[in-house]
Design a protein around this ligand. Structure first.
Ligand code: HEC
Length: 444
């Protein structure tokens, strides 16, 4: 473990690179599924009534839909692979080894999905209406399959369940939070279809059609309003006890006014979701006549914020692991970390050329150790920095703190022997500007 070189993303830290790409990607990718259902259902409905106005609208809508999902969805997907492969190579390697066949299916599914999206758009009016409608349903079926697959991998990271002992791939895939998560995500896809659609519908020129479609599209938000709280509760019941306790404390603390980041995010999610529903009811549902495009964009922006907050919570709950109870964020296996004080990081890590610590290289080696073990969650002086967190600590305190810190359950244990721990403490001491120790004073 700790086998890969580390990508130093200075001020912000690598996590934010993945996060910022992933949030936008998830937002668009879930719309790509819900929007597919919206197209299929609405086209079915319009064909039954032979409603040419709605069919005309759908044709324009599918242009926007195809461009957004194929260009943005595809770019975002590539972006995520680039980011996770560089920021957390050990994590992605573990996932690829486990889920090889599932990833392969996922990529084929995605390719077919894009092909059908193009075919669907370009065949308006060129094939029979029935065949065109079948394409819409086929698109949704395939797109939904991609959710069903990727959901197994995402939930595995948080709740690997029996896989930890059995190493059985089906235990990994159909893990404890798999089913509640599928339902939650399905409900979200419908809401996003509603959100994107009210924005699109707000631009329809002909007033009668605009009012009709706005009223109709707002309904897409409603099922999840009732489903989501129930399903989220179901989801939380499947979490490991320590993680569930985090959430419970987070919610309990809202009343006490003790606002941790998790609590703030949970609060934000609740407030934003309720706002979205209330505003969509009052706006496009009850008063479609006065609803405007920029109003729609504002609601959509709230939707993006909720997506960001929920994905952040999901990520936060898993820390300090990439794969819960198995692999730490910094690439250390939990089983290896059990023997942390005898690990000998310099001996094991091939990316640190110096193997012996001397008075001259101690701080430089400390920096290397920081890079390998801590940079995945901290920076020296940017995001979640040593400068802030260890502010005012002296070198001996840091040295001792390095082995007592992981007891907080937020961090993996420090991997290394005493000399290595001393080197890291000296480096952090330099970063926070602690007075020099006897060890280093002679070399200044
Ligand atoms: C899995 C992510 C992760 C890794 C890896 C990690 N930390 Fe942390 N660390 C955290 C979190 C989360 C906190 C709590 C942050 C907060 O309170 O804002 C924290 C807190 C700290 C604190 C402040 C603790 C206190 O008592 O207030 C220090 C110092 C620290 N880490 C040092 C390190 C060092 C040194 C390493 C590498 C050996 C490291 N961390 C590795 C996640 C991590």
């Amino acid at each position: 473990m700790l086998e890969f070189p580390v990508w130093n993303v200075h001020a912000a830290g690598g996590g934010w690179i993945i996060g910022s790409i992933a949030i936008v990607h998830v937002f668009v990718a879930q719309f790509a599924i819900g929007g597919g259902l919206y197209l299929a259902v609405t086209e079915t409905w319009a064909l039954r009534r032979n409603d040419q106005a709605v069919l005309g609208f759908l044709r324009g809508y599918s242009n926007f839909f195809m461009l957004l999902t194929t260009v943005f969805g595809a770019l975002g997907g590539v972006g995520i692979w680039f980011a996770i492969g560089n920021v957390n190579p050990t994590g992605i390697s573990a996932l690829i080894h486990n889920f090889m066949f599932f990833w392969a299916i996922e990529w084929v599914v995605f390719l077919v999905e894009i092909a059908i999206a193009f075919f669907y758009y370009y065949s308006w009016g060129k094939v029979s209406p029935q065949f065109h409608l079948q394409l819409a349903w086929l698109y949704w079926g395939i797109a939904y399959l991609s959710l069903v697959i990727i959901n197994g991998i995402l939930t595995f990271m948080l709740t690997p369940g029996d896989w930890i002992h059995t190493r059985n791939i089906w235990d990994a895939f159909f893990n404890p939070s798999y089913f509640p998560s599928v339902v939650v995500r399905t409900a979200i896809t419908c809401s996003l279809a509603g959100l994107f659609s009210i924005v699109t519908c707000a631009r329809i020129k002909e007033e009668g059609l605009r009012v009709r479609m706005l009223h109709y599209s707002a309904k897409w938000l409603m099922p999840s309003f009732f489903l989501l709280p129930i399903c989220l509760y179901w989801f939380f019941t499947t979490l490991p006890p320590t993680v569930a306790a985090l959430v419970e404390n987070g919610i309990a603390n809202i009343g006490a006014g003790n606002l941790s980041v998790l609590t703030r995010l949970l609060l934000l999610i609740m407030l934003l979701s309720v706002t979205i529903y209330v505003v969509s009811l009052l706006g496009p549902f009850f008063n479609p006549r006065s609803f405007t495009f920029s109003f729609g964009l504002a609601i959509l922006a709230l939707g993006l914020a909720v997506t960001g907050a929920t994905e952040s919570v999901r990520e936060m709950l898993r820390k300090p692991y990439v794969i819960y109870d198995y692999l730490y964020v910094n690439g250390t296996l939990k089983t290896v970390a059990a023997d942390s004080t005898r690990y000998g990081l310099l001996r094991q890590n091939k990316w640190i050329p110096e193997k012996t610590i001397t008075d001259q290289n101690r701080v430089a080696i400390g920096e290397q150790l920081f890079r390998v073990q801590c940079l995945s969650c901290h920076t020296p002086s940017g995001y979640r920095s040593m400068k802030d967190l260890a502010h005012g600590w002296d070198r001996d305190f840091i040295f001792n703190r390095l082995i007592s810190l992981p007891a907080t359950n937020l961090m993996p244990p420090f991997m290394g022997d005493e000399a290595e721990r001393r080197a890291l403490a000296e480096y952090i001491g330099d970063v926070v500007g602690a007075p020099p120790s006897e060890l280093t004073a002679a070399n200044r």
